[in-house]
Ligand binder design. Structure first.
Ligand code: C5P
Length: 295
């Protein structure tokens, strides 16, 4: 169970988008019952880990927005891993190269936590199953189990009940993050499920993915949080409208935002739209879907 001191390992942590996000109800445990179609994108962080003698954890990042303490989900994932396997924790020095926007609705922190779990499993407990690792992930955060397997999946329950789906057909994805954070608990708190005016056609979206029908997928992309966004976050809907006017096949906020993504049929069309958005926004990225189970 103990890797040699001085050993270093690394793992890629991909960003995620919500092709759909539906809230079905509030649960007894305070969480919400969700139905979400998730998609990994190529925009990624790198999580590196040096193993040492002793049992201390340290974390650092090239981004000032990544916490260097136990609020860091890679740190928390490491603690949860050693608790679950019942092994003594070695010293760990975690370094995160951050490229996924922070506090963006792209599960950047959850993905770092998931990458940490995959890395520790690979190095220390290869007999661990995907299900066992996802159960540890669920104790770290609702999006972590999905981030462990990545690619395209339907997430239900708190987000931890996962069904693999066929991949999003090849396309180009434009991302634009305005410069304010949106609090996830605050946004969940604004939802009155019976008052939501629209719900995504999750079953139809899954069928369109099965059929590899990109236009059908695009017609069904929807996030219920857009319906309850406080007025002060109106820029999110302006970015969405801008992307649609700039030839996106679909555009939506991802997760609890504020990042907006647009689906484009060609890299050229996405690049043209990116150039326009960069006049007003600092965080604009062109990326693509990634496929293949990460586990
Ligand atoms: O599980 P995680 O810590 O990532 O969730 C962050 C917050 O998002 C929770 O404290 C809760 O307010 C909200 N949440 C929810 N229902 C879910 C997932 C998250 O209400 N299914």
């Amino acid at each position: 169970m103990r890797p040699p001191a001085g050993h270093t390992a690394q793992e890629t942590a991909y960003g995620k988008l919500n092709l759909s996000l539906d809230i079905l109800g509030r649960r007894e445990d305070g969480y919400h019952e969700l139905a979400m179609v998730m998609q990994s994108v190529a925009l990624c962080d790198t999580v590196r880990c040096d193993f040492y003698e002793g049992g201390e954890i340290a974390a650092e990042s090239d981004s000032p927005y990544v916490p260097a303490d136990s609020r860091n989900l890679a740190w928390r994932a490491a603690e949860a891993f050693f608790r679950a396997v019942g092994a003594e924790q070695p010293g760990l020095s975690i370094r995160i190269e951050k490229r996924i926007p922070v506090s963006a609705g792209m599960a950047g922190g959850s993905s770092d936590g998931a990458a940490m779990l995959r890395l520790l499993r690979r190095e220390l407990a290869p007999a661990f199953s995907q299900g066992e690792l996802e159960a540890i992930g669920a104790s770290v955060g609702s999006d972590v189990p999905y981030c462990i397997r990545g690619t395209t999946a339907l997430a239900r329950g708190r987000g931890e009940l996962l069904t693999d789906l066929p991949p999003l057909p090849p396309c180009t994805i434009l991302l634009c993050k305005p410069d304010f954070p949106i609090s996830t608990p605050e946004l969940f708190g604004a939802v009155r499920v019976r008052r939501l005016r629209f719900h995504p056609d999750t079953a139809g979206l899954c069928r369109a993915l099965e059929a590899g029908d990109l236009e059908g997928i695009c017609r069904r992309i929807y996030n219920v949080f857009e319906d309850v966004l406080p007025r002060r976050f109106g820029q999110v809907l302006e970015i969405k409208q801008a992307m649609l006017q700039l030839d996106a096949m679909a555009a939506s906020m991802t997760g609890s935002g504020p990042t907006v993504f647009g689906i484009y049929g060609s890299p050229e069309a996405a690049d043209r739209a990116a150039e326009v958005l960069r006049r007003d926004f600092r965080q604009v990225y062109v990326t693509r879907p990634v496929q293949g189970n990460f586990f």
